[in-house]
Write a protein that binds this ligand. Structure first.
Ligand SMILES: [Zn+2]
Length: 114
């Protein structure tokens, strides 16, 4: 399971942060999951629930997930739009585009109790 390894590296980052900042406890943290990241939010949450049972440091830590929608910008006319990698520009039908958001898996807003 892809999500399990993502969650365990996330946990390592969190514990490293806690060590560095000298916090007593991690109260909560937020993870942004992009629609295009290939991460299944439910599987991710489940993997976290499993992991925290085995990690004393995270047992009372809340995880908040927020989903980031996929946004593209047309490489031809510059219009921005949502969709997936196969979407064409609604303005000019071009398939050329750059990803503005939706590929991220980002740890944010870690709240430490000191
Ligand atoms: Zn276009």
């Amino acid at each position: 399971m892809h999500e399990a390894s993502l969650v365990s590296s996330l946990a390592e980052n969190l514990l490293e942060l806690k060590r560095r900042e000298g916090g007593r406890r991690i109260v909560r943290f937020k993870v942004e999951i992009g629609e295009l990241s290939g991460v299944d939010p439910e599987a991710f949450r489940l993997a976290y629930e499993v992991l925290r049972e085995s990690l004393e440091d995270l047992r009372e830590t809340e995880m908040e997930l927020s989903l980031v929608p996929a946004r593209f910008q047309c490489g031809n006319c510059g219009q921005s739009f949502s969709g997936d990698y196969l979407a064409e520009c609604p303005g000019c039908r071009s398939l050329e585009k750059i990803v503005l958001s939706g590929e991220e898996l980002t740890l944010r807003e870690v709240e430490l109790e000191v």
